[in-house]
Design a protein around this ligand. Structure first.
Ligand SMILES: Nc1nc2c(ncn2[C@@H]2O[C@H](COP(=O)(O)OP(=O)(O)OP(=O)(O)O)[C@@H](O)[C@H]2O)c(=O)[nH]1
Ligand SMILES: [Mg+2]
Length: 428
């Protein structure tokens, strides 16, 4: 029997190391959480009788000196031959005399009981730690079994999920899309359907702002996502189509000195005037003044979702009638932050989105997932800093193809798939 200690940052990785080295026949003797992550003691050619004997001898010897720790998997020659170490089956703790505090000596009794209480607290903490590790291990095992089962029963569905994962689609959205799959799909469909389904689910407004009916549009969104630059691009398109006198810019960003100056700069280049608006009242007046313009674009300050100024901004914009709020999101942002931003701006009921910085996004899957999950329609995408060139009317198929091609990563492995979908499949 060979016994080895594995240490890894998390349970999944520790289990993977055990499986890779010892195969499915390995027996897990113990797991526990340690400072470096998770420790697993595993045995190959597990000999139950030998272990029982070792445990019996250990009990007879008690209280015993603790054995030296097993070497870490990657540091020492790993193999130890039987007899098994104590990690497998711990000897029962020695019996302790009960402490009966008497009314006459409560202080002394409490002092005598203190070490026992401390020991009990330590034991409880250790037990909790072991149970937690065991539960985690069972979840890893269960998700792995469930994923393998899905692959066996519905190989093409599993393949679609794998492809979605490769593109970077979030698990909840991938499952949503797979639920839409027809009952019978063939291998050819399994190859192409994921992209088709993604582009069908991704809503685009098909709206070319400058070509459409007159409109007041406010660009809102987190700091630095490209609102002002995108306004300049949109204004340039509108000027080319309708003339500078049909276009106006409104600045509501008075928190920072440079912000209004940036918009003024673009206004001067395009021959378009910039109007300041300080609050809801002045915004209403400015919009009243500009009611005959074809295109009015409102620039706002970038505000993080937890910033108290966000409510102030939402209040100001809410005062304007017939305003199209467009949420600007940067594609190079982590999916969770994108989702937080969408949630923060929900009170404004954004009618559409503009996805910027496609050129800086290593992976578009996260952004596409958030748009699909939140059912937000895309107006435009931008992919560079150049004004006005780097902007396009959003096209779902182009975006999905770009998402599929941009990735250099390989096919996601079984343990990642089990991690993402195993438990959901098991509980479905
Ligand atoms: N690579 C790339 N950079 C962009 C794109 N759009 C904007 N930028 C750059 O992103 C930076 C921030 O752009 P801004 O337009 O000032 O962003 P903002 O959202 O107005 O920022 P705040 O007003 O501070 O919230 C600038 O350096 C822009 O040139 C894009 O599509 N791709
Ligand atoms: Mg700005």
């Amino acid at each position: 029997m060979k016994i080895k200690r594995y240490v890894a940052p998390d349970m999944r990785q520790a289990m993977r190391e055990v499986r890779e080295e010892q195969g499915d026949e390995a027996v897990i003797l113990s797991t526990r959480r340690i400072a470096e992550g998770i420790e697993i003691i595993a045995a190959l050619d597990y000999d139950e009788a030998l272990m029982r004997e070792a445990s019996r001898q250990g009990a007879a010897r008690a209280p015993a000196e603790p054995p030296p720790p097993l070497p870490a998997a990657n540091s020492q020659p790993p193999v130890a031959e039987a007899p098994a170490p104590r990690a497998a089956v711990a000897p029962p703790p020695p019996r302790r005399p009960r402490v009966e505090p008497t009314p006459a000596a409560p202080v002394a009794a409490r002092a005598a009981a203190a070490p026992l209480m401390e020991r009990a607290a330590q034991d409880t903490a250790r037990l909790r730690n072991e149970l937690g590790s065991m539960r985690e291990m069972l979840e890893v095992q269960l998700s792995s079994l469930a994923w393998n089962d899905l692959e066996r029963r519905q190989p093409l569905r599993a393949r679609v999920l794998r492809e979605m994962t490769r593109i970077g689609i979030e698990p909840d959205v991938a499952r949503l899309l797979v639920d839409d799959l027809p009952e019978q799909i063939n291998a050819e469909q399994a190859r192409y359907l994921p992209l088709g389904m993604l582009s069908r689910r991704l809503a685009v407004s098909g709206r070319a702002l400058a070509d459409d009916a007159p409109m007041v549009t406010a660009l809102v969104g987190p700091t630095g996502v490209g609102k002002t630059t995108t306004i300049a691009k949109l204004a340039a398109r509108a000027v080319m189509r309708h003339g500078a006198d049909q276009v106006a810019l409104v600045s509501t960003d008075h928190y920072r000195i440079g912000a209004a100056a940036q918009l003024e700069h673009y206004g001067r280049l395009l021959g378009v005037r910039v109007y300041p608006a300080y609050d809801g009242d002045s915004l209403r007046k400015v919009l009243e003044l500009l009611r005959d313009r074809h295109t009015v674009l409102i620039d706002t300050a970038g505000v993080a979702s937890h910033d108290p100024r966000l409510n102030q901004q939402l209040d100001t914009l809410a005062q304007a009638n017939e305003l199209r709020a467009t949420l600007v999101l940067a594609a190079n942002t982590h999916a969770q932050s994108l989702d937080d931003a969408v949630r923060a701006y929900l009170p404004l009921q954004p009618q559409a989105c503009i996805l910027t910085k496609l050129d800086e996004a290593p992976n578009l899957g996260g952004a596409l997932s958030v748009l699909i999950r939140r059912r937000l329609a895309l107006d435009y995408t931008t992919d560079g800093q150049r004004v006005p060139e780097d902007i396009s009317v959003a096209d779902a198929r182009v975006l999905v193809c770009r998402a599929a091609q941009s990735l250099k990563t390989g096919i996601p492995d079984d343990s990642l798939m089990a991690d993402r979908f195993g438990l959901a499949v098991a509980s479905a």
